[in-house]
Design a protein around this ligand. Sequence first.
Ligand SMILES: [Zn+2]
Length: 494
Amino acid sequence: MRTVWQQLLDRLAAGEVTICADEVPRWDKNQWQTVLGLGLLRETELATAVVCDQCGDAHWAEVYWVTPGVKACFGCDAEGVIDIELDRLRQWRIDANCVAGLVASSLEVSSPIETLLRERLWRVGRRRLGGRYRDIFFGVPAGLPVAEMSAAIRASIGPGSALLLTIGANGNPEGLPSGQHLLDLASVSRVEGGRVVIDLDYVEERLAGEAPSTRKSSPTIPVPAGATWRDVSIMVFDGMLRITVRGKVHETDFAELGVDQRSQPIELLKLFAAARGTMDTTKIQELVSGDGAVKMRVRRLRQLLQELIGVDGDPIENYRKAKSYVCQFEIRLAGDDGFRTPAGVTWLDLAFHERVDRRILVTVPERQQFRARGAQSRSGESVREVAEERGTVTRTYSLEEMGLRTEAGQLTSEGAAFTDLLRAGGILPRSGNDVVVLKLAAQLQEWTGLDGEPLRLLEASRSWTAVFACSSEIQVAKGAGAVSGSRPRPGVVD
Ligand SMILES: [Zn+2]
């Protein structure tokens, strides 16, 4: 005999979510009361029809109100007009969102529940189960094939491990990806002590028996021992990724990764690529589509990268103080060669900073305009407000990308002059007719698309000064005359 909880799950699975009062007497009274206490049944409008219990024919009969809300009756051809007790007209709807919440609390996961498919599929949280972390989903079939739920899970988390608790299907059907596992919620849960309890021992046992995922043991892209994320470079194309690890190039299309072009992790990866690897938390929140906290989005992308590339450590670090996420590998969009300087920017606005890993951080102000439709004015025109906010964009480049170092790792003469300039805080002691400096200036102009001189000659001191801000994390040996990290006001020269 199935419990009331299981029978309600059966009804939910079948899409028959309304329970009428006439059904209740068939059920165990205590179980019914307990289930009502769980909150998964929402009392809904009174029934407009009942099954006749008078003539033995069990036919449907419409409800007539003698006094609305107080006295009702129905008609039977054999027995005439019959009064109805109002309690017989009460109805409840099974609230699937609430069931998802009960699953989450019984698994003791605290992250907010995310709806993937309305009334059909929820991500209830993530926890360790059967030897690994898994994203846990609750699915209501009601006509929706398991394959569609599976695809939605894949689109949401990529090839990560997932446990789908659903109703009416137990064990993996054909074609379910190896990282996903399906279990019947009604078989692994019960109501006890006024709450839903999931039999975790049983779940662990079922999941442990599952064949180990091949992705887990061998990432798609093997890397040389000791490689770090700093050795990784990713170029994002429309349908694929070109991944370079210590000079070795791998190409993977999204289908091979088991993720959709438009899936959330790929969307986020593309945003990082467009921003060259550094993004403010608030910026991510503005740009990503759909619900879901930034933290969760980043975590999924992180997981996807870790399963794809066999490098230890965190590929995307959260710089809490700076309120930003920074990719520890190099990333950019294919075809992104120059700097794409925003309009209205001059050399005075730009800042170049050399990192310890010798990549160059370029910071530039970005003007953002927000148009807001305000209240209607008295003349009937809608009032538009234009708000302006100045933020900054930071992108990271390698010296190769800036054309200042050869692919073989050799600094060009201009590259050497450029790093000297950054390390000296913007001063370059070279003469006015130094061809290397003139070439560097031309190269910077071309790369940024900016007119105007990036470097100015100081005749008196026989040196050049940068119009943009210069700084470096690389310590220069004492006596070389350089001050690391100094950022003089650009363009201000005595
Ligand atoms: Zn009848």
